[in-house]
Design a binder for this molecule. Sequence first.
Ligand SMILES: [Zn+2]
Ligand SMILES: [Zn+2]
Ligand SMILES: [Zn+2]
Length: 429
Amino acid sequence: MSPVTRNIHLEEMDGFEFENLCKVIFERLDYGEVELQPPVGDGGKDLLIFSPQGKIVVECKHQPNTSIGRPIVQKLHSATISEGAVKGIVVTTGKFSRQAMEHASELSPTIELVDMAMLRDLASRAGIHLMCGKETAPIHTYHVLTENEVSDVTANHLSHDMISHPAVIGDVLSIKGLDVSLRPVYRITYKIDAVFATTVGVLHRECSSGQLFIDGCDGVDIQGGVADYFASTPYDKMVRWEDVAARSHTRSRAFQIQRTSAKEKALGAIIQNHTQTIVYHGRNNQRYTKVCAPTRNDIFIDSISQEYIPEYQADYLLAGRSQKMMFAANGTPSIHVVDDSTATCPICRSHISGSRSLCNECGLVTCTKSSIFKRRRHALQCEICGMTLCPHCASYVRRSLLLKKIVCSRCGDDLARRGKRVRKLLPAR
Ligand SMILES: [Zn+2]
Ligand SMILES: [Zn+2]
Ligand SMILES: [Zn+2]
């Protein structure tokens, strides 16, 4: 187990994103409130930090393999003075020339120089793993369940909704076949801050952060339950993929798309998910609608990490009958079920969303829809021993002209031996 930090690859960032990254780092390290400066006409300042000691002016240079010279330091120093700031910081993804360092050491207010090595250090203290060049982040996955664990989680999942008497579900369930497939995904976390204004003022502000999963094979934005399920997985439940891939019962599908195209797909999906149509009234009291779609500059991609999501297909016998369940599991006791063969009643073919019943004689799993007519019910119980039964296995004895007493085969045989007339509830199939 290793704690997962956010991974950012510097080569995927443009200058604007780099400024945003610096903002996030300074914020996370509690320098103070950080403000991005308008990109045009900046006199050597990209960020303003309002620290408890006073203003700090920051210049961000995303120029790997470049040496920052003395003029940049000079320019920032002038900006520091004109801004009335207590300090200036130059951050670069490259390094500083000797002249720049010598010059900076003589200045007041102080100009701090942060080169790539120092930046990585700051970032890692802020929980961000900065990568550059050919460097790649470790790929994570989730604890892969063993066959016994699959049996347990399946039984546990079924027990929530399934009535069974006297058999305990875990005791009558056995795994017959198990296929574990690791699905490659990009987990992308982002922040969005978009303001939509017209002549009548600010209409709408979209300000939030989120996470999404992009399929590593086809680039599709994985939405819905699976994404929510994995988005909420605690980081300490994640493990290194290499350790898991060595195990024989898993197979991993390969990543087909690159990080950069995953990022493009994510940006498209984020813009789409955060686009809203706002209705407002103009000065002339006329009603207008405006489609508020954030632009790429409103979105900051916080991290892109590669993961494998374990998907399971379990074939199992339940009370002697073959069943199948497909689910995803994140290593916590709860699983995310995608498909479950017991969720369709074999008698009425309807989808069972809630409680279902396991016939302890034949293993049929049926819905529990009620009817005043016992022969129309799909789930019954022996009125002597309590065994759960399907209508095909149920027998009855008459209590009165109208009342039938449902019994299982064994209780029925007992009654028959004592001279009672026992009949099948349904005619033989
Ligand atoms: Zn039914
Ligand atoms: Zn049955
Ligand atoms: Zn019985």
